[in-house]
Design a protein around this ligand. Sequence first.
Ligand code: NAG
Ligand code: NAG
Ligand code: NAG
Ligand code: NAG
Ligand code: NAG
Ligand code: NAG
Ligand code: NAG
Ligand code: NAG
Ligand code: NAG
Length: 892
Amino acid sequence: MDGATDSVLILKLWLFLVLTIAILGNSKLDHAKVNQHAGRKLAEIPGFISIDCGSTEDSIENGITYVSDKEFIDTGITESTVSGYSGQLLKTLRSFPQGKRNCYTLRPDQAKNNPYLIRARFLYGNYDGKNQYPTFDLHLGVNKWITVKTDLPLTRGIIHVPTTDFIDVCLVNIGHGVPFISALDLRRLENSIYRTESGEALASIRRYDVGGSGPMMRYPEDVYDRFWWHFSSKDWIQIATNESTYTQSSDNAYKIPDVVLMTAAKTRNASIPLSYSPADETREQCSNSKCSVYFHFSEIEKLEPGQKREFTINLNGETNLTESVKLDYLNPQTIARTSLPVRGMGLNFSINAAEGTQFPPILNAFETFALIEQPNQPTAADDVEAIMEIKKLYRMTRNWQGDPCAPSEYSWDGLNCSNDNPPRIISLNLSSSNLTGEISASFSSLQAMQSLDLSYNDLTGPLPELLAQLQNLSTLDLRGNNLTGIVPDALLEKSRVGKLMLRLDENPDLCPPASCKRRKKKDSVIPIVASSIATVLVLLLIFSALAIYRRKRQGGMVAKSNIKMKSRQYSYSEVVSITNDFKTIIGGGGFGNVYLGTLEEDTKVAVKFLCPSSNQGYKEFQAEAQLLTIVHHQNLVSLVGYCDEGGNKALIYEYMANGNLLQHLSGTNANILSWNERLHIAVDAAHGLEYLHNGCKPSIIHRDLKPSNILLTDHMQAKIADFGLSRAFSTDSDSHVSTRPAGTIGYLDPRSHATGNADKKSDVYSFGIILFVLISGRPAIIRGSMEDTHILDWVITMIERGDIQNIVDPRLEGEFNTNSAWKAAEIAMSCTLPTAIQRPDMSQVLIELKECLDLVMAHGRSQRFNTEGRTLGLSLEEIPVDLESDIAALAR
Ligand SMILES: *[C@@H]1O[C@H](CO)[C@@H](O)[C@H](O)[C@H]1NC(C)=O
Ligand SMILES: *[C@@H]1O[C@H](CO)[C@@H](O)[C@H](O)[C@H]1NC(C)=O
Ligand SMILES: *[C@@H]1O[C@H](CO)[C@@H](O)[C@H](O)[C@H]1NC(C)=O
Ligand SMILES: *[C@@H]1O[C@H](CO)[C@@H](O)[C@H](O)[C@H]1NC(C)=O
Ligand SMILES: *[C@@H]1O[C@H](CO)[C@@H](O)[C@H](O)[C@H]1NC(C)=O
Ligand SMILES: *[C@@H]1O[C@H](CO)[C@@H](O)[C@H](O)[C@H]1NC(C)=O
Ligand SMILES: *[C@@H]1O[C@H](CO)[C@@H](O)[C@H](O)[C@H]1NC(C)=O
Ligand SMILES: *[C@@H]1O[C@H](CO)[C@@H](O)[C@H](O)[C@H]1NC(C)=O
Ligand SMILES: *[C@@H]1O[C@H](CO)[C@@H](O)[C@H](O)[C@H]1NC(C)=O
């Protein structure tokens, strides 16, 4: 209780001092104002930032211009104190009724790795009329500095070496009233002074000019604008000199002002030490941490020539006998005792004359500091820069104050960070945040990002390709915006291989739909003939095979096929209604998105759009449309129709409910394909490919066979898709055929890769690789820590060892027929032989695979697989078609 009353007494004394200074400050202010009015512009002081919080205009204190705080913070409310006992500077303040943490961001020229004195001042002054002062925390960057709790004017300073290019001073609401601040100073210090060993900050406890008198000393006497209070003790004798000390001396690295050093205190004689033990308040501040003391000495008494004052310093009762301090006349000397562990009573010291010397000890000035640990690391600088850019661009107003990630209890709303040191931003959710404008490239600078949700905003413009460079991005949600342009291939590819969950629905103008819409306006004069056209088309689909069949039997082929083409065509508006305004993206290809559509009677379709800006895609569109309208087989994905309105192209395929084979084989898929399912898929695919090779004249070479091009129906029937790269070849002499290399690494025949020639046997090779992938469940390129291995190299080593158990997908847990596995591996092996002539034709492969399937069916091992659901397809479909004449007909 005694301590409490003591501290109140001390505070009252301080208040008295502050009042005196305030009055002095005021008179100086008026003086400065006069000067300003007289047209003398006050120069900005280098290394100083001086802020008058809550004020709208500049004010001047001690010749320092204090500017309004509005450039340094975008939250809080400006207020004025009620009580009139403060100077101009402390009259206004800024309070923070909203948000847990509000921060001033100070950006001096060279913040990083340079020491700064940061000083905050507070005067409650009953500004809110509640007569109840708040208690709140003050943070320096990501670490706590002090708790503020007083209705008296309070000044707190700290010396800190920032690790960032800026300095945040944050007021944190801890649930005991609204935080506020009256003034904020930043002073750049010399690089070499006040250094701590482990990067702790130094919170000022006391800074005393011993032996002085008058008001507090600061700028311009002190170039760093330190506040020097006067101090004396009853047993101390005050002394002073009229001679300037050698303040320019290199010994005065701390730039202690002359006036401070020109006064001092000593004791009566050499046997009496100069002792200091702090007031209660100081004990409180120092007792929980380490402290540092800086003693500043200068001999100001002229002693006999050749004689020197010599003394030792005793800290907290520990005498240091090893070293004594000797002073030279008028030469400043600073003795620092740093990182002193302090327990219980706080820091005290005594200065004793060295043994055998006659002069009493002397002290000119001293400073005490509490060491403030900096346990939290700020967020990685690149992430901070990017998120600041985002904050600025979209004018984010939430609690986006101070460091994004640290301390974790005050991290920004809508983002999550990693626990790394430094922390990284790993997810950002700005869903429904009224964001406008384009998607900033800064999002792609958040390199550690895993999830980005910008859904339901008003974002416009293109989708930046740079986002695909975020290697860990697994969720990208952009639904419900107004994006335009093309979806970058790189993103679609990531989405397709299952690395990225990409949500793009409800972006009406995102390409391809955008282009269609624009052109629709032009084409809107064309009347839509029948609303039931879709129904007609479904019927057409059912009878399409029949149509081909009939056409081949009848004459007048040209006219008929033209009619057929026309009737399979959909208008853009039909496509919009089929896809429910492009609501659901189910995939993407090299040239556009694939949307889910529904025809009447709930027949699902997949609508593939072609982006007009992609010329290559345009060619592929035509090739695919032409081929698919003619080619029909139960194991080839069939074309329901297409849209070709203005420059807008869309292909409407039958919907394959079970996605593609790649998805089923991926490590993340929980439903593991059984061995029998795999064999059925292999037979289906072989069937489809065999038809392309031998059922069509001339043959169709697929050129890009891979698991993602093998689609599965709801009954797990496999069909080959993506004829975009296919060409109908007349002969090998047709030179244009071999000009464009195509295919996918891993599945591409090395032979055709080298020459650019693709033929049936290159498809056979790709098929062989698919077989190995099916058997082993491994990708075509097996990623290793050191290097990547092609599946063929891996499999050959295994086969040489006779090790079929280790080839077959371990996820099957041995649930497979060994004989059929060996046979399947042999077939795959023959398909991938280096010389084309050694490889079998697809008809041979099909026969062998069927035998392989018979092996397991005879064994009766097939459980999960439901054969009843499999459609056998119209036998009509397998009638060979004459593509040359059909394409010729289409061309007319
Ligand atoms: C300082 O100068 C004043 C007047 O110039 C003089 O009265 C005083 O004695 C001097 N003090 C010392 C310590 O020399
Ligand atoms: C020092 O001063 C103290 C108190 O005034 C006195 O008792 C003591 O004798 C003095 N010592 C010397 C060596 O003068
Ligand atoms: C000074 O500190 C030491 C160690 O904490 C303590 O034992 C001693 O009593 C203190 N002296 C005074 C005068 O407070
Ligand atoms: C005593 O002096 C030595 C030599 O300067 C120094 O290393 C040591 O830290 C000092 N001890 C204390 C307690 O100040
Ligand atoms: C952050 O993590 C929490 C807990 O896992 C989760 O509830 C929240 O949705 C995440 N926020 C973002 C922006 O991802
Ligand atoms: C983002 O936040 C919204 C609601 O605020 C929530 O519905 C959505 O799931 C979040 N997104 C992610 C990726 O967590
Ligand atoms: C977005 O704007 C609407 C209307 O101006 C407003 O009601 C809503 O609170 C805003 N939402 C956010 C997250 O700022
Ligand atoms: C991506 O995630 C991996 C695994 O968690 C991690 O090692 C890597 O550092 C992350 N990449 C980035 C750029 O953060
Ligand atoms: C999308 O942008 C277009 C053109 O800028 C505008 O006319 C349309 O109203 C926007 N749509 C929405 C849903 O904001």
